[in-house]
Design a protein around this ligand. Structure first.
Ligand SMILES: NC(=O)c1ccc[n+]([C@@H]2O[C@H](COP(=O)([O-])OP(=O)(O)OC[C@H]3O[C@@H](n4cnc5c(N)ncnc54)[C@H](OP(=O)(O)O)[C@@H]3O)[C@@H](O)[C@H]2O)c1
Length: 276
C-alpha cells in the first residue's frame, strides 16, 4: 500500500454510482491500496462484474443510502441528469467531517450545496482514459476543504492519472472543454485521418489501422518524451517535405487552431448551460 493512499484508508469512502467513471475510480482505488473495508458503494444498477469486484475486495454494497453511515469522502459519480433525484437521499451521509466530491459535468457547488449543505466540497473533472489509469483530472475545492481533505481527495483522484487543481470553480468548465471532452476530439482525429486516407485511394480498413496506430503511437511518444508537443512536431517536419506541406494547411489562418478555439468555446458554453 502506498503511503499516500493509506491516508485515505482512515476515512470511509462512499461512492455513489459505480458506472463507467465511478467503476474505473473504484477499481483504481482497490488496486492502489485503499482497503475494501473502508469503501461503501451505493448503486442500484451495478453490473455483475462490478458486484463481484466489490465483494472480492470486502467492500460494502448498498442499493440506497444506509442510515448508519457518515462519509469521510462522499464521491458522486452519477449522471448529471439524475443528480436532482439522487442528492436528497444522500444528505444523511454528510456530517461535519465529510468532504463531497462530484465528477458530474456542469453541476456547480452551489447546486450541490442546495442539497448537501455548505461544507467542504470538490468539483472534479476526470476523463475516460481513467479507465486504463491514464486519465487526467482537473479539480477545484471550496474554502471549507482542509489540507488533509484535499490530500485525501487528491490521493483518490490520482489513481487515474495526474490531478491539476484550478483556482476558480468556473475553470472547471474550461477543463471540461479541454480534457474532459478531449478524448473524443482525438478519436475524431483518427476518423478524419482514416477518411482522408481512404479518399487518397487506400482500402478503408487499412487507412483506419494506419490512422489508429499513428495517433496512439504519437500519443505514447509524447507520453514518454520530455520534449514539448511543438518540439516533437518540429522534429518530424523537414523543410519543404511532406509533413510541412500538410502542416501548412492545418496551421493556416483558417486551419485547426480557429476550429479548436470555436469547438472548445462551444464545449465550455454547454458546460456552463448544464450548470444553470
Ligand atoms: N464517462 C466520462 O467520460 C466522464 C468524464 C468526466 C466526468 N464524468 C461524470 O461521471 C458521472 C458518471 O458518468 P458515467 O459515464 O460513469 O455514467 P454511468 O456509466 O451511467 O454511471 C452512473 C452509475 O450511477 C448509477 N445510478 C443511477 N442512479 C443511481 C442512484 N440513485 N444511486 C446510485 N447510483 C445510481 C447508474 O446505474 P444505472 O446504469 O442502473 O442507471 C450507473 O451505474 C457523470 O456525472 C459524468 O458527468 C464522466
Amino acid at each position: 500500500m502506498s503511503a499516500a493512499v493509506s491516508d485515505v484508508s482512515s476515512s470511509r469512502v462512499v461512492l455513489v454510482g459505480a458506472g463507467n467513471m465511478g467503476g474505473a475510480m473504484l477499481s483504481g482505488w482497490l488496486k492502489n491500496g485503499v482497503p475494501g473495508a473502508s469503501v461503501l458503494v451505493i448503486d442500484p444498477g451495478t453490473s455483475e462484474a462490478m458486484k463481484a469486484q466489490i465483494e472480492a475486495a470486502g467492500a460494502r454494497h448498498e442499493t440506497a443510502a444506509p442510515a448508519d453511515v457518515k462519509a469521510g469522502i462522499l464521491f458522486l459519480a452519477v449522471k448529471p441528469q439524475v443528480m436532482e433525484a439522487v442528492l436528497p437521499k444522500l444528505s444523511a451521509l454528510v456530517g461535519p467531517e465529510t468532504v463531497v466530491v462530484s465528477v458530474a459535468a456542469g453541476k456547480t457547488l452551489a447546486f450541490l450545496q442546495g442539497y448537501l449543505g455548505d461544507g467542504a466540497m470538490v468539483r472534479a473533472m476526470p476523463n475516460t482514459p481513467a479507465m486504463i489509469g491514464r486519465g487526467v483530472t482537473g479539480a477545484y475545492g471550496n474554502d471549507k476543504v482542509s489540507e488533509a481533505q484535499r490530500t485525501a481527495v487528491h490521493d483518490l483522484l490520482k489513481v487515474s492519472g495526474p490531478v491539476e487543481w484550478v483556482a476558480r470553480e468556473s475553470d472547471i468548465d474550461a477543463v471540461t472543454a479541454v480534457s474532459g471532452s478531449g478524448p473524443a476530439y482525438v478519436f475524431y482525429l483518427v476518423e478524419c485521418m482514416a477518411e482522408a486516407g481512404r479518399k487518397l485511394g487506400l482500402p478503408e480498413d487499412l487507412a483506419m489501422r494506419l490512422a489508429r496506430e499513428t495517433v496512439s503511437g504519437a500519443g505514447e511518444l509524447l507520453n514518454r518524451s520530455a520534449d514539448t508537443a511543438a518540439r516533437l512536431r518540429q522534429n518530424v517536419t523537414s523543410p519543404g517535405g511532406t509533413t510541412a506541406a500538410a502542416l501548412a494547411v492545418l496551421m493556416a489562418e483558417h486551419g485547426m487552431q480557429p476550429l479548436f478555439d470555436t469547438a472548445l468555446e462551444a464545449a465550455r458554453a454547454r458546460a456552463e448551460e448544464l450548470g444553470r
